[in-house]
Design a protein around this ligand. Structure first.
Ligand code: SF4
Length: 322
C-alpha cells in the first residue's frame, strides 16, 4: 500500500487580535509540526478532543486553508501553492463530507442540482446524461429517485448526510475527508451512515481520512488511527493494536472513557483532570503532562518526540507496556 498523501511538518497559527485598533494580542498554536502519511485505499482515523487541531488539519489537506508552514504532498505533488488551473484539477480528487449536512447544502438548490453541479463544472455530464448519473448516485447512497427534485429541508438529518456523501462521491475522488460525518446524527442513524461509507469504499476503493472525537466511531471504520492532543500527534497505530494495548497515556484515558468498549483495560476508568489547556500557551515539555496520571519531572521539562515502537508511533517518555 503506497502513500496517497504525505503531510510534512504542518504548523498552523491563528493570530488573535482585539481592542479598538484590532491590535495583535497572541497566537493560537492550532498545529505544531504534524507529519504523517495516508496510504492508498486505507481508512485513517484522526481522533482527539475538541480543539486538538484535527479539523484544521483536515481543511489544510483538502486545501481549504493554508498552513503557516509545512507542506502536503498529494500523489507526489506539493498541493499547498497550486495555480488556479492545477487547483481545479486537484479539487476533483479530494472531496469533503462535513459534520453538519444541513449547513453544507445550499437550501435553494434541488438535490439534483447539488449532486449534478460538480459533473457540470468538470464537464463530465450535462443535460439528460447528468440527470442519469445523479439518479445512479442517489441509488448508490440509498435515496429514492424522486429525491432529485426535492430540496434539502425536505429530508431528515441522516438523509441529508446521504446527499452530502452523494455530492462527494459524484466526482469519484481518490480521497474523501469525512469531518465528524456522524456526530450530529442519532446513534441508530450513525450506524447506517458508517455502513454506507464502508460499502462505498468497497465499491469505489476510496481512501478515507475520518475525523472524529468519538473513539467508538473511529474504531468501527478505521484501519489505522492517529491520536492528536493540543496540535500534536500523540500516537499512530493500527486500529486493532491501539484499542487493545494503547501505548500513550492519553490514548489509554480516551479508550477507558468509552463505556462499553471491550478491552483488556476496561476495568480501569481514567478520568482526565482539568480541561484541555489553551493552545495560546501550551504546557512545557510534554503537552499532556498537566493531565497525565503518570507525569514525572522529565515530562514537564522535555518534549517527547514521536518514537517508533513495534511498527507503531508514540510521543511519550514512558510509553505503556504490558
Ligand atoms: Fe505522561 Fe510523561 Fe508520557 Fe507525557 S511524556 S504522556 S506526561 S508519561
Amino acid at each position: 500500500m503506497n502513500n496517497l498523501v504525505e503531510v510534512n511538518n504542518i504548523v498552523k497559527h491563528f493570530p488573535v487580535t482585539g481592542g479598538l485598533f484590532n491590535n495583535f494580542k497572541a497566537v493560537v498554536q492550532a498545529l505544531s509540526g504534524v507529519s504523517f502519511n495516508i496510504k492508498r485505499g486505507e481508512t485513517l482515523g484522526l481522533v482527539g478532543e475538541s480543539g486538538c487541531g484535527k479539523s484544521t488539519l483536515g481543511r489544510i489537506i483538502a486545501n481549504l486553508m493554508k498552513p503557516t508552514s509545512g507542506n502536503v504532498i498529494y500523489e507526489g505533488k506539493d498541493i499547498i501553492n497550486l495555480k488556479p488551473k492545477e487547483f481545479k484539477l486537484f479539487r476533483k480528487n479530494i472531496q469533503v463530507i462535513f459534520q453538519d449536512p444541513y449547513a453544507s447544502l445550499n437550501p435553494r438548490m434541488t438535490v439534483g442540482q447539488i449532486i449534478g453541479e460538480g459533473l457540470t463544472i468538470y464537464k463530465i455530464a450535462k443535460g439528460e446524461d447528468n440527470r442519469k448519473k445523479v439518479l445512479e448516485i442517489l441509488d448508490v447512497v440509498g435515496l429514492t429517485k424522486n429525491s432529485i427534485s426535492l430540496y434539502p429541508h425536505e429530508f431528515s438529518g441522516g438523509q441529508r448526510q446521504r446527499i452530502g456523501i452523494a455530492r462527494a462521491l459524484s466526482l469519484r475522488p481518490k480521497l474523501i475527508i469525512a469531518d465528524e460525518p456522524v456526530s450530529a446524527l442519532d446513534v441508530s442513524i450513525q450506524a447506517q451512515i458508517l455502513n454506507l461509507l464502508n460499502k462505498l469504499q468497497g465499491k469505489f476503493s476510496f481512501t478515507y481520512l475520518f475525523i472524529a472525537h468519538d473513539l467508538r466511531v473511529v474504531e468501527y471504520i478505521s484501519d489505522r488511527v492517529i491520536v492528536m492532543y493540543l496540535g500534536k500527534i500523540m500516537e499512530i497505530s493500527d486500529s486493532k493494536s491501539l484499542y487493545k494495548t494503547p501505548y500513550h497515556p492519553y490514548t489509554e484515558a480516551l479508550i477507558s472513557s468509552i463505556p462499553d468498549l471491550s478491552t483488556k483495560r476496561k476495568e480501569k476508568r481514567i478520568i482526565l483532570k482539568d480541561d484541555i489547556p489553551s493552545p495560546i500557551n501550551p504546557p512545557s515539555g510534554c503537552r499532556f503532562h498537566t493531565r497525565c496520571i503518570y507525569t514525572k519531572e522529565k515530562c514537564k521539562r522535555d518534549e517527547p518526540g514521536l518514537i517508533q515502537k513495534d511498527g507503531r508511533f508514540c510521543a511519550c517518555h514512558f510509553p505503556l507496556s504490558r
